[in-house]
Design a protein around this ligand. Structure first.
Ligand code: NOJ
Ligand code: MG
Length: 565
């Protein structure tokens, strides 16, 4: 009996500190793996699942709790997996279903959660369903959005002025069916018709298929595009560009973030909850580039969280400290009570963080991502500060880059942030034994690679590790958050919890050194320790004692200070 009580007390203590095990996702460090570029195990120059499996220890070393895999399903690879031809398979380039099951097994043994990319808005035009839909074979006839178009001055035209995200009309004519079909992305990615109940059921069936394989959740792709207004009316012109093919040409009020879209999110949450009821939390994470209120609505419709893209979309390298404070405050003020925050600074669709912010300021943003409340999201390669790779027009493969044409591809192509992970200084940066990889390795790999950074006394990766290690502190996990603008250039925030070590983050977005006082935080102690700085030239050493009334901070860099208790 006594042992029983003792065990009970231990369990309660554990729950008190770490929360329920169903809370595993609430303070996780989530890592995005772009499987094509992570690790190639078979020498074909393309990353694969066995490759990912062989590198899971790196995630553990990096204090990652969960990873999401960009799509690994069979795909013609027009949009590199975001055009799926079989939602329940594995593309042979990435391996087999057995490889996938082995990966999930090993991940779980290492205490890593596995999140899949779920792409419900569209399939590949090579998907059997689309092929059958073209031929009007039931029940697939209305699985997609078909329309005969309209006749204007004797010639046939698409039903309306809608444009696709990549460039050009959202409608493509199909000769065989003699109708247009809708695609919010490339013509090879036809949009599903969610007003067809069968499609809705198919999608839930796909979710359950992967949940039954033990995956822990889904990152749901391109959510705002699920539904379009039924009468297909024209969208109003934005007036910001005269190019009718540009996505910015219209205001997407009839094709984006419709009420029905949110309701579908709720229905998918219900599917997750079927598993929750069996004692197993599975999560849905929403990809939606949207304004604050539309983003927060995903919480209200019961998504575990929508990605917070503020650090990607509302600030850039010239933004003032004030904008960073505003970004954090607006998010926090708008967050529904009890909802879990998250912070994202990069992904496979955006330029690399170091390229966007420079070597010293980029890790300062990583500090924000990791020390603000909630989930921290890291795109693979950002932990070693990989940079954008300059690719020529001939080399680029991304449909968004290709559609923009030779003149505009450099700006539009997302391939620059998708080149192979730089593991070491051997052939193809240790990514592949093959010197020819699907996108070429950045030439800086000889010095910019994980192995070198692990061996060095000071490196981007070591700074990153120091930052992620702090997530264990109770104040970071569940302490309060206060933000302050200390002067025009310096933004600071505190994480404090009664009786625990407090954390003070100070970031100088300006171009000259600053000395600031942290007394703006009411509870700051007189003496602090410098824990880490992202500045190369900071001459104070970690562990030096610092007066909180006079904290020095180098230009374009961030630092973390701890209370001494
Ligand atoms: C968002 C994905 O992140 C992007 O890579 C893809 O092209 C579109 N959705 C379409 O699926
Ligand atoms: Mg391979």
């Amino acid at each position: 009996m006594r042992t029983f009580i003792a065990l009970g007390v231990l369990a309660l203590l554990y729950l008190g500190v770490y929360g329920d095990s169903s809370d595993w996702w609430k303070a996780m460090s989530l890592y995005q793996i772009y499987p094509r570029s992570f690790k190639d195990s078979d020498g074909d120059g393309i990353g694969d699942l066995k490759g990912v499996e062989s590198k899971l220890e790196h995630l553990v070393d990096t204090k990652i709790d969960a990873f999401w895999l960009s799509p690994i399903y069979p795909s013609p690879m027009v949009d590199f997996g975001y055009d799926i031809s079989d939602f329940k398979g594995i593309d042979p380039v990435y391996g087999t279903m057995q490889d996938f099951e082995d990966l999930v097994d090993k991940a779980h043994k290492l205490n890593l959660k596995v999140i899949m990319d779920f792409v419900p808005n569209h399939s590949s035009n090579k998907h059997e369903w689309f092929q059958n839909s073209v031929r009007k074979i039931e029940p697939y006839t209305d699985y997609y959005m078909w329309h005969p178009g309209k006749i204007v001055n004797g010639s046939r035209q698409p039903p309306n002025n809608w444009v696709n995200v990549f460039y050009g009309s959202a409608w493509t004519w199909n000769e065989e069916r003699q109708e247009y079909y809708l695609h919010q992305f490339a013509p090879e990615q036809p949009d599903f018709n969610y007003r067809n109940e069968k499609v809705v059921e198919e999608m839930k069936d796909i979710l359950r298929f992967w949940l039954d394989k033990g995956v822990d959740g889904f990152r749901i792709d391109a959510i705002p595009h699920l539904y379009e207004i039924e009468d297909l009316r024209d969208e109003p012109l934005s007036g910001t560009t005269s190019d009718p093919k540009s996505y910015g040409y219209t205001i997407h009020m009839y094709t984006n973030a419709l009420r029905e879209t949110y309701e579908m999110v709720s229905q998918w949450r219900d599917v997750m909850d079927e598993y929750e009821n069996k004692g197993d939390t599975r999560i849905i994470v929403i990809e939606a580039y949207a304004n604050m209120s539309k983003t927060m609505d995903y919480y209200l419709y019961r998504a575990h969280f929508p990605f917070n893209f503020g650090l990607i979309t509302s600030v850039e390298k010239h933004s003032k400290a004030e904008s960073f404070k505003k970004l954090v405050d607006t998010w926090t003020d708008n967050l529904p009570v009890g909802a879990v925050s998250n912070w994202v600074a990069g992904n496979h669709d955006k330029s690399r963080l170091v390229t966007r912010y420079g070597r010293n300021l980029a890790p300062a943003l990583q500090i924000m991502v990791h020390l603000l409340p909630g989930v921290a999201v890291t795109y693979n390669g950002e932990e070693i500060g990989m940079e954008d790779t300059w690719l020529s027009w001939e080399e680029t493969q991304d449909p968004q880059g290709c559609n923009a044409g030779k003149g505009g591809y450099e700006k539009s192509s997302r391939d620059k942030a998708r080149t192979p992970f730089q593991w070491d200084n051997t052939v193809s940066a240790g990514f592949s034994t093959n010197p020819n990889t699907w996108l070429r390795v950045n030439e800086n790999f000889k010095h910019l690679n994980l192995a070198a950074q692990k061996a060095a006394d000071k490196s981007y990766y070591k700074t990153f590790l120091k930052i992620t290690e702090l997530r264990k502190l109770p104040a970071v996990n569940k302490g309060s958050l206060q933000t302050r603008l200390l002067n025009d250039d310096v933004f600071a925030f505190s994480r404090e919890l009664e009786g625990e070590t407090s954390v003070y983050v100070v970031i100088n977005f300006g171009y000259s050194p600053e000395t600031v006082s942290l007394q703006a935080f009411e509870k700051v102690p007189d003496d602090l320790l410098l824990y880490v700085t992202t500045s190369d030239s900071m001459d104070i050493q970690s562990s030096d004692s610092i007066k909180s009334t006079s904290v020095q901070i180098n230009p374009r860099s961030g630092a973390v200070f701890l209370s001494k208790n």
